[in-house]
Design a binder for this molecule. Structure first.
Ligand SMILES: [Zn+2]
Length: 291
């Protein structure tokens, strides 16, 4: 069975469906019988103050000053969203531990890759990818970010943590800088194709292996899907499944533990949930039904 982190506390009602989708994915996954669910423990607020500027963490914790507390774009500030963010990040750490134990795991959450040290941004409150590097300083954390938007926040965090590497394969730049341990492959929304995407995945794995990564954190974004408002016109459901399959197969073959998160997606909930659930099915098939 796939080891999956989730808690009903991940749910938060906002003006987008980005937090509601987590619960919807968990509910769709349960009857399939392919996942074993784990509820993460609560994290003390001090852990977030090690990752982000303490004044930003305090603002998000208390709701004041409101401008800073809602800088990521979720307004008005509320405790439901706050507690969901805390719980989701606890799930990131638990999922990492489960990946080391079981070779593959997932957190039913986003990675929140746009959050930088000083503040959140674009619906990303705390950077849950950098958090793994922060909390496991002796492990080399390689983020393979396949969200349609470049993971600019995680790229910035590579300058703070030597044990963090960010590789973004994206269609829409988001500042997306390159640094010593932050690399990018841009595949054009309209003129790109899946062959270029395959090359980028191989390049990412080459870098992960050269760097002796202890964990791949795969951002399995669905906002690159052709029907998504942000999507790439050539990226069909079938090809996204191939992307997932290829990444799971390469991680398994090269014996690198992998945890995955959902990342972005902006279609209506029924279509979006189906795409995300497909990633879980592909992970299950690749790891548990094939030699
Ligand atoms: Zn995105």
């Amino acid at each position: 069975m796939l080891q999956v982190c989730y808690s009903p506390q991940y749910y938060a009602q906002t003006h987008t469906n980005s937090m509601e989708k987590l619960t919807a994915v968990a509910e769709a996954l349960k009857p399939l019988g392919i996942a074993q669910f784990h509820v993460p423990e609560h994290l003390p607020i001090e852990i977030f103050k090690q990752l982000h500027a303490p004044e930003y963490v305090d603002a998000f914790h208390t709701g004041t000053p409101e401008k800073m507390a809602t800088f990521q774009g979720f307004k008005p500030w509320n405790t439901q969203l706050r507690d969901a963010v805390y719980q989701i990040n606890a799930g990131q750490l638990l999922a990492a531990e489960l990946a080391w134990k079981h070779q593959v795991s997932a957190n039913i959450a986003q990675g929140f890759h746009h959050a930088v040290y000083e503040f959140g941004s674009s619906f990303c409150t705390f950077n849950g990818l950098a958090l793994i590097a922060e909390q496991f300083p002796n492990k080399r954390i390689f983020v393979l970010d396949c969200d349609q938007h470049g993971g600019n926040g995680t790229a910035e965090f590579t300058k703070r943590y030597d044990n963090l590497f960010n590789y973004s394969i994206y269609g829409l730049a988001f500042g997306c800088p390159t640094y010593e341990r932050a690399e990018t492959s841009h595949i054009h929304k309209h003129n790109g194709n899946f062959s270029q995407y395959i090359l980028a995945i191989h390049d990412a794995f080459k870098r992960a292996m050269e760097w002796n990564a202890d964990l791949i954190v795969y951002q399995a974004g669905m906002d690159c899907h052709q029907d998504d408002p942000c999507g790439s016109s050539w990226f069909s459901t079938e090809l996204i499944e191939k992307r997932d399959e290829m990444i799971f197969r390469l991680a398994k073959k090269n014996n690198i533990p992998l945890m995955f998160v959902l990342a972005g997606g902006y279609q209506a909930l029924p279509e979006l949930v189906e795409l995300h659930v497909s990633t879980f099915k592909t992970a299950y098939t690749t790891y548990y039904t094939k030699p």
